[in-house]
Design a binder for this molecule. Structure first.
Ligand SMILES: Nc1nc2c(ncn2[C@@H]2O[C@H](COP(=O)(O)OP(=O)(O)OP(=O)(O)O)[C@@H](O)[C@H]2O)c(=O)[nH]1
Ligand SMILES: [Zn+2]
Length: 365
């Protein structure tokens, strides 16, 4: 089988980064010490070369992951060795890693890349899920994560056929939760919005679909592929909740062009290190905050707070402020879990507090 690498998302600018005497390939699956890749001459199994093993020993972020473009070196007997991971244009990273100002990744040795070179991040949120409506807080969180990865988020309000109230109103609410992000309603069952979603993959772009279990992610990918790519199990109970395991490949080229990455890691992706993403999702609040009297305004009760003023005059919905506070707290907490320096600082702080407690005999700091 011969594959046209451009259909897999290969570009001229990536070609410029290929080391001499190597051939390009895209990773479709990783194992311990080796990867399944798609090269111009088809699917290959490539063991990691010394360079990759050395780099990843210091920093797991250097390990190949699904979606990576890699350089293969040909060995005797027509086998290949994975010689280098080409620079990533985007990455979903779990823990301990941040993007530097050039968009590159720097790690503290804790991170793990879940998927790379994803152009479009579909955030699938069901319009109706069992008896619940779309969850705006969850959309904000996943949109933040999408921005953080370096991809472009697109919110898809799924199962629109189940929503029997004003869909336009729901979409308007969702838009306030994701300023500057395209928002569409889709029904994979009816086929509404499916072509529109597909359009984002034109030019052989790569997408992931994030969203809660039962949001209709697999069904949507199937619909975009024209059927038959992934297995979705039928609803288990009559409560509308899908419960199943999905068995399929992890880098899925769609028949009409474009690719979808679907891995267990991406399915479970939640809220990781994403302070930068939070700022982008809440750009309206960040903008307001620039007008606060104090640079370090906490927008709680400070005088001259522009955020509280906007809340007062109805310009800023209260739900949005509460959601922002919650995500800020979580982002700080996540960062403290993964950032060794911050973790040590907090540990030291508690040491001092505990010492003080013992000294004064009080049981409260
Ligand atoms: N009415 C309706 N049901 C849908 C639609 N899309 C998906 N479903 C159903 O919702 C259930 C869950 O769909 P899946 O595509 O498996 O959901 P998922 O997001 O992939 O779920 P996980 O694999 O658990 O993450 C299935 O029973 C689907 O048939 C839709 O547009 N309308
Ligand atoms: Zn303020």
């Amino acid at each position: 089988m011969f594959s046209d690498l451009f259909l897999l998302g290969w570009t001229e600018s990536r070609a410029a980064e290929l080391p001499p005497l190597t051939v390009p390939a895209r990773v479709s699956r990783v194992d311990r010490g080796a990867a399944e890749v798609i090269a111009a001459d088809g699917q290959q199994h490539a063991k990691y070369g010394a360079r990759v093993r050395r780099a990843s020993a210091d920093d797991p972020v250097a390990l190949p992951c699904v979606g990576d473009w890699v350089a293969l070196r040909e060995l005797p007997e027509g086998r290949y060795e994975l010689d280098a991971v080409l620079p990533r244009t985007s990455a979903f990273v779990r823990g301990g890693v941040s993007r530097d100002s050039r968009g590159g990744l720097s790690g503290d040795g804790q991170g793990q890349v879940l998927a790379a070179n994803v152009d479009i991040v579909f955030v699938a949120e069901p319009s109706m899920h069992a008896t619940d409506f779309a969850d705006l807080g969850r959309i904000e969180r996943l949109v933040a994560l999408a921005w953080e990865s370096g991809g472009t988020p697109v919110v898809l309000v799924t199962k629109s056929d189940l929503f029997d109230r004003g869909l336009d109103e729901l979409l308007a609410d969702v838009r306030t939760a994701a300023p500057g992000v395209d928002v569409h309603a889709v029904s994979s069952m009816r086929g509404d919005g499916v072509e529109l979603a597909r359009g984002y993959l034109e030019g052989s772009r790569t997408a992931v679909v994030l969203g809660p279990s039962g949001a209709g992610k697999s069904t949507l990918v199937n619909a975009m592929a024209g059927g038959g790519v992934m297995d979705t199990q039928q609803v288990r109970a009559a409560d509308g909740r899908g419960r199943h395991t999905t068995v399929h490949r992890e880098l899925i080229p769609l028949p009409g062009g474009g690719l979808v990455i679907d891995t267990p890691g991406i399915r479970r992706v939640g809220l990781y290190d994403m302070s930068e993403g939070v700022e982008l999702v809440f750009s309206d609040i960040e903008e307001l905050a620039a007008g606060c009297r104090f640079d370090d305004c906490g927008h709680e009760s400070e005088p001259g707070c522009a955020v509280l003023a906007a809340l007062e005059n109805g310009e800023l919905p209260e739900r949005r402020l509460l959601s922002w506070r919650k995500l800020q707290r979580e982002a700080t907490w996540m960062a403290s879990r993964t950032d060794a320096r911050l973790r040590k600082e907090q540990r030291d702080k508690w040491k001092v507090i505990h010492k003080e407690m013992r000294r004064t005999g009080r049981n409260r700091p």
